[in-house]
Design a protein around this ligand. Structure first.
Ligand SMILES: [Zn+2]
Length: 65
């Protein structure tokens, strides 16, 4: 937690800069292309960071017997 960024506003997913209306949610066409390229190359990894709004219940262990 080193970035004092706002919680509701996210920056460019590529570089973190404030997004531009024209290229939202990216800050520039370059970053948009970078993201697109990731999709095309299939190397895009969807962030698994979900909103820790609720406490996820732990996986119920199978009861022996
Ligand atoms: Zn960017």
């Amino acid at each position: 937690m080193k970035t004092p960024a706002k919680k509701t506003t996210r920056g460019c997913p590529i570089c973190g800069k404030p997004p531009v209306e024209k290229y939202r949610p990216f800050c520039s066409k370059r970053c948009a292309d970078v993201d697109l390229n990731r999709w095309l190359t299939g190397a895009y990894a969807i962030p698994v960071v979900a909103d820790e709004d609720e406490d996820g219940e732990p996986p119920s262990e199978p009861t022996p017997g």
